[in-house]
Design a protein around this ligand. Structure first.
Ligand code: MRU
Length: 358
């Protein structure tokens, strides 16, 4: 299947070219495909905060390249580059709070720079580490796609109606996608009748990004309002909800795009299976439960305005952009290290102790 998946790779969101980071501006999709170049950590941190690049793995990869750019600047300044780099770690880490992949990637960079051998070029080591974080995410996507398809096939071998939320595809990762990677692979295997994509207010990652990715690949996709999920589950024969994650805690609770929790409650009520697909870099064993996950709240204007034009009444708006789905509503978590059914701390601890060789 790997070869078929690689042949289907069309879209990418992140490129590292001759010491420069290039990002596809996801705020302008699908109307325009605009790439911009970034050559400092500050610019990368702003791009993450302002959603030029989004999606947990993509944020982590971009931050790793951002730190590489920072190191180049710090080395050029002379002096104590390790001390100076602390401000860059912080600036990048402060860009968004919920997706743990950001902090995971920055830690990977720090650990690599802590292991420098005498005489080793710090910039070359950092660049190679960032490239490797990017490449392993791509590999993890391919492995998860295979595992996720096996899970779907185990339950039913006929084409399925699937529901997904937000964007978890090539745009959100370093490769094929997490939840959308499983969906794309299931389509290639003839297991998809139709994908229902929640529009995903307020940023519309579903209508602007997921629908664009799936339509571009010829996957049958129908867009629906987020609030139609219960009706869809009752009337359209949905068998699986398949979503990604921004942080999974030790007990199996899952933070993902706002609206995911209500899908899990609805899925339980309607007897629809619920699958979370995420690389192990999304699992945060340092947090016991979802209660401890910092939930990003963005500006109320994202709810009150469209294209800078106010349409809502003069009131305050509450705009949390993630929520936490409790572990007991989740049927299966698919990672590149393996599949965990009915997640628990014991199962996730065992999973995280596995080595993954690709
Ligand atoms: O605010 P976003 O667009 O960064 O939120 C993205 C999500 O919630 C995704 O579902 C999650 O990051 C997984 S992406 C593979």
């Amino acid at each position: 299947m790997r070869e078929r998946l690689l042949a289907a790779e069309k879209v990418k969101a992140i490129e590292w070219q001759e010491g420069q980071l290039r990002l596809l501006d996801q705020r302008r999709l699908p109307l325009e495909e605009v790439w911009s170049a970034y050559d400092s950590a500050a610019a990368v941190a702003t791009a993450i905060a302002e959603m030029v690049v989004r999606g947990a793995p993509a944020i982590g990869i971009s931050a790793a390249y951002g730190l590489t750019l920072a190191l180049r600047d710090r080395l050029a300044e002379g002096g104590d580059w390790r001390a100076a780099l602390e401000a860059d770690y912080k600036r990048l880490a402060d860009s968004r709070p919920t997706a743990v992949n950001l902090f995971w990637a920055l830690n990977q960079m720090r650990e690599r720079l802590d292991r420098l051998k005498p005489g080793e070029d710090p910039y070359a080591a950092a660049e190679a580490q960032a490239v490797s974080i990017h490449a392993s995410d791509r590999e993890a996507n391919l492995t998860m796609a295979q595992y996720g398809v096996d899970v779907i096939r185990k339950h039913q071998g006929s084409p399925q109606n699937l529901l997904t939320h937000c964007n978890t595809g090539a745009l959100a990762t370093g490769g094929f996608g997490t939840a959308l990677g499983v969906i794309r692979a299931a389509h290639l295997e003839g297991l998809v009748e139709r994908v229902y994509a929640d529009e995903t207010r307020p940023w519309l990652q579903g209508s602007r990004l997921t629908a664009w990715e799936l339509a571009g690949e010829g996957v049958p996709v129908t867009l629906n309002a987020d609030s139609s999920a219960a009706h869809l589950m009752k009337s359209r024969g949905i068998t699986w909800v398949i979503v990604g994650a921004d942080r999974i805690t030790a007990n199996g609770d899952v933070a993902n795009k706002i609206g995911t929790y209500q899908l899990a409650v609805l899925a339980m009520h309607h007897g629809v299976r619920f699958m979370v697909v995420a690389p192990s870099s999304t699992i945060d064993m340092a947090l016991e439960s979802g209660e401890e996950i910092p939930i990003e709240e963005r500006a109320g204007s994202e709810l009150l305005e469209v294209n800078g034009q106010r349409f809502a009444a003069e009131v305050d708006a509450f705009n949390p952009v993630f929520d936490v789905t409790p572990a007991d509503l989740i049927d299966v978590i698919v990672t590149e290290k393996g599949v965990v059914e009915r997640p628990s701390k014991a199962k996730l601890t065992a999973l995280m102790s596995r080595k993954w060789l690709h």
